[in-house]
Design a protein around this ligand. Sequence first.
Ligand code: ZN
Length: 317
Amino acid sequence: MSGSEQPIAVGVDLGGSHVMAATVDAQGKIGSRHETDLVDHDPAKVVSALAGCVKLALADAKGRSVAGIGIGSPGRIDARSGIVRYSPNFEWHDVPLGALVATALGQRVHVINDARAATLGEYAFGAGRGTRDFLMLTLGTGIGGGIVMNGELLLGSGWTTGEVGHHQIRAHDGFVCACGKIGCFEAQASGTGLLRHVVALGPSFPRSKLTYKARKLGTKAIRKMAEEGDQHARTAWDRWIDDLALGIANLVTILNPERIALGGGVSGADAFMLDPLVPRVRALTTMADPNGFEIVTATLENDAGAIGAATYMLRQT
Ligand SMILES: [Zn+2]
């Protein structure tokens, strides 16, 4: 008899090319997971692929009480209605994702932004455990973010709280951002930003092959070359850390978090990244206590989104 058992939820991590659904319990543990590639961004096709993964996860969970489905989706998500207001990845405007999935599966559904879901996952069960005021940054193609204050995930009046990537840090001499502004935090300090620093430094390193190979090599290879002492890679890494520190210091000044977790492919946020980063952030944090926060590596990796989405669902019941 499972009457005293806490209900589980299915957490869905919806990406531009891939969807993963997993059963997640109230302790943030993943039971079974199912995933598939997305080949078509038509809403009906995405819902069908997503529902297929959820059904397989639910079949594995038979006998357990299921509270519903939590979905982390890219874009500006109206978390009250489950409508994807705008998603550049999918080229969607006002797609009622929550209602479509609820109809397909006969389950309660909540939808939030994917970076916000990952933040909640890390806050509840990963790098944010034990804090009340927590900030998560995912450094990838862009910079995704999320903010927890006094134990609450902030969503905002128009559902964009945590879009930290588009505050400008180099408005006069920075790179052009995908959003059209100059020197946005994500244009400078995402994984893509690191590659752009490599290219921008090309004229200073005329014999370096990196200028032409940076994008093909990717951030991990650039980082490795910086660690091995390549001057071009090392200078780019240093500028990138400067920009990352500037953006994080702004966020610390405004939000006063206890802890900031860094996730995403570029980070591998260990000593090579954190040792130069942390003192630079502290030096720029003039109003907040410079020793009143810590910067750590996110711990849930690719599971943060699904765990967070399911946790969001469980917390709505
Ligand atoms: Zn921007």
